[in-house]
Design a protein around this ligand. Sequence first.
Ligand SMILES: [Ca+2]
Ligand SMILES: [Ca+2]
Length: 389
Amino acid sequence: MLSFKHCPQPQNVIASLLSIVVLCLSLTAGAQITVWPGDASNNGEVNHIDYLYIWFAEGQVGIPRAEQGIIWQAYPAEPWNQAFPGTNLDFAYADCDGDGLINENNSDMAAVANNYGQVHGEVTPEIPPPGVPGMNIPLRLERIDDRPLFEGDIINTQLILGDEDNPVERFKGLAFTLRFDPAVISSGFSTSVDGNSWINQDNSGVSIQQRVSQVGPQAERSMAVGKPNGSPSGFGPILNLGIIIEDNVISLEGKDSITTFISIERAGLKDGDFNWIPIATDSLEVTIYNQNSTITTTTLDANQTSFAIEVYPNPTPGILQVHNPTSIPIQSFRVFDPQGRLVQSQSIDNQLPNQTWDLKASLPDGLYLIQILLADGQTTTQKLYLNSK
Ligand SMILES: [Ca+2]
Ligand SMILES: [Ca+2]
């Protein structure tokens, strides 16, 4: 007689099958991840560094989420089983909108902008490695011109990344913060990329993202500059920044000039292999002059002929060209320093429409005010920058 005592009973088979199904389900559930749209780095915080992850994973395709969208909430997602190099961070985190494609032109980028500053769970701060000046790749702001600056002026600058000794290899994305005094510098910066930018020499596009926030008495502009469709190598200017001086700088009252700093902080560069590259940052020091100088000038009317008189070049090496298209002769000119002291005075006999004036050789380089007196009593005062070197 055959014994069945070692054969499983039917109810045991069902129980075993059920336990396998439960095991499979629990494995699947365990493998699911939670995506917070915009936190592409999944460090608990949405900020400008998240853009670097999206740019790196540009064009990657994976499993769409069951629930798509970029509302600030937790979305369950299937992992793509592809991780950012050197990490165990799944690409699915960078598919912020959940459509199964990482693309800087879809709402993956909008998710970062919309949810910027949001946090979830415990935040693990991402601090890019700092660099040493002279040893690592420099990042600094450089002025394009050296004309004197007054309230309401635009400081035209270039952002320089890398130099001949420390060039950048395979640029992917740069994140940094500009810190400045909001009582002096307006938050309305202008940014543009032109033909001088080495990261756009192939014209395949440069992405710029920015955000302004107030941190105590200082303001911060967090910026990210990326190259989603390439990884160029080079050094030099990457973008133009027009930094606007406030129209009314209270701290200039009663002073001839003030000095302010625009500093670059927390800068991090990702290369085409997703490595952090240390960056050495510097501050831009800017002097802003008081246009309400201590000298008294005639109040000018826009219709007055004296406005038509041109004095150039400015900055000047010392020899000035003067063009007087009016019929009123110029009687004299006077030069004042920023403290309102008269440093030169000269009568003009030559009444040609185009004249050449020589500023005193002994004047040190710097800002001056030149006042031109016409024969009918009108005056015009212009700012002049002497740069004899
Ligand atoms: Ca993040
Ligand atoms: Ca997407």
